[in-house]
Design a protein around this ligand. Sequence first.
Ligand code: HEM
Length: 417
Amino acid sequence: MPSPPVVFHWLPFVGSAIEYGNDSMKFFVACQAKVTFCLGPKGNNFVLVGKSTVFNAEDAYTHLTTPVFCKDVVYDVPNEILTVVKVGLSTDNFRAYVGMIEDEVEEFISSDVSFSAYQSNDITARGSFESVKALSEITILTASRTLQGSEVINKSFAQIYTDLDERQGTDNERLLCRVIQKRRVGGSAQHDHDMIAALLDQKYRSTDREDVVEALYQEQVKHFGVNGEPGKFRPLAYEDLRDLPVLDFVIRETLRVHPPIHSIMRAVCDDVPIPSTLAAPNSKSEGTYIVPKGHVVLASPLFAQMDPAIWRNANKWEPSRWNDPEGVAMMALKERLTFGFGAVSKGMDSPYQPFGAGRHRCIGEQFAYLQLGTILFTLIRKMEFKLPTGVPEHNYHTMITMPKTPRDVHYRRRQFD
Ligand code: HEM
């Protein structure tokens, strides 16, 4: 049996994995593991739903996650233990979490210095905030309040988490930067089919979508307005989140175009054949590849979610695609176990898998929707937003995909108190 073709081979000695450029690659460099990219929905399905005795997540990740999150946390514990966390993710808890998240967001914008224009209670005053700094703090503060209790909340705690992610960029990041810069200058024709080429090709810049911001606000006016009085709204309840399609589509589409986890890896524990339907779907030959034990396989939610062969205008951020009865997005939605906001996706052969699939699929999907929805809901209710420099490009050098600078957001308060 032939070995699978090498997708990308930048440095002959260390193999192709190093180009990933995160600290995680220390692992690949150390063992000179080879990575087989299994792209598209079929590739994702092959890697993510494959047998756990053959594909192992802990072995692929622990070299990255354990130094960051410490021993006995995340991939340094047996997978079964993670199910304990699900106890905090019940519907009853979610009902309570909505109010807590709203409170935290309000507290933040009422006290953080970047929202001083909001605090001035003057609707003609404009301010701006650094999106990653402010939204990371809001995310950590709201997650800590709901999942870890009010005792752990303070701003330095939020900063520690931001630093954890930023700290990922070290020597390997510099190497990745050099690879990317070299390709940008010299062109990347010979690498057309590798992952870095795919990532470099993505064009995410788009213009402001004030129409969507307005639609989000009008959705609130319609469902939560009190006697038609401007700026008067009733509070949000967990059940309301199921009936806010614009908010739902905005989050869904954002996770399609900007999935925080663009690639998912598994260490291969036993020689594994790649079915010809995946390795060579258009070939008449019967041959199949074997990925040898010790290699790594990689699936990519980003690749499937941005594939122009699957999605119409794949590069365009267009929330309304989730409302198109003929569209791929609607089909991905119909595959969900239960319909509605926060429902869990089956995500086996789906082209939309921001939360992964199979045994290691995210246990926090519903919480993430709840948290993102409530934060966005609370901010939109209080302020208008503009992106003065457009949607930032992606920075793939951090553990979780982040927006590059400039990434300031301009705001204006909607109503006087
Ligand atoms: C937008 C937010 C989120 C995204 C896009 C996301 C994405 C993902 C993805 C793609 C995986 C699969 C990794 C793999 O297969 O190797 C995953 C796993 C996981 N996620 Fe999330 N996640 C999010 C939020 C959360 C939250 C809020 C929690 C906790 C409350 C959480 C807890 C976990 C855990 C514990 C796993 C590991 C599951 C396992 O290995 O069995 N995630 N997440």
